[in-house]
Design a protein. Structure first.
Length: 135
């Protein structure tokens, strides 16, 4: 992300042209979003997607500096869509993890119930055997 940050700082140092201050802020916000998404990606499942997001942010920054409005808009649209996609993918991974943990917990409880049921059955069998012996 070094090149993205360097271009971001270069754009800030160059001074925003008309209307570009807002666009610079949008790039900065998406850059922060990329960092947040990377921090959420503990399992490294969206590493390539985050790399692509950063590449589009670098392009957007370059287009901003070069004052290429149409290309900037396209790069920003792609970066925004990519950030949303990454967020959705991470939400899916987190939901799948939660579902797996809930399933494992349910399996463990089911096993515990079965063991308790078997213990109760064994105690009933022993009780019946003792009653037959007259004890």
């Amino acid at each position: 992300w070094g090149p993205v940050l360097a271009l971001l700082l270069l754009g800030l140092a160059a001074g925003p042209a008309f209307g570009s201050k807002k666009k610079q802020e949008q790039i900065a916000q998406l850059t922060v979003k990329a960092e947040e998404l990377q921090a959420r990606d503990a399992k490294k499942v969206v590493t390539q997607e985050i790399g692509l997001l950063r590449a589009w942010l670098a392009e957007a920054q370059a287009y901003l500096v070069e004052d290429e409005e149409d290309e900037l808009k396209q790069a920003m649209d792609r970066a925004t869509a990519q950030a949303r996609l990454i967020g959705a993918l991470l939400d899916q991974v987190e939901a799948e993890d939660a579902a797996r943990k809930a399933h494992e917990k349910a399996d463990a409880r089911e096993k515990q119930v079965l063991e308790t049921r078997n213990e109760a059955f064994e105690l009933e069998r022993k009780k019946s055997a003792l009653e037959k012996e007259g004890l």
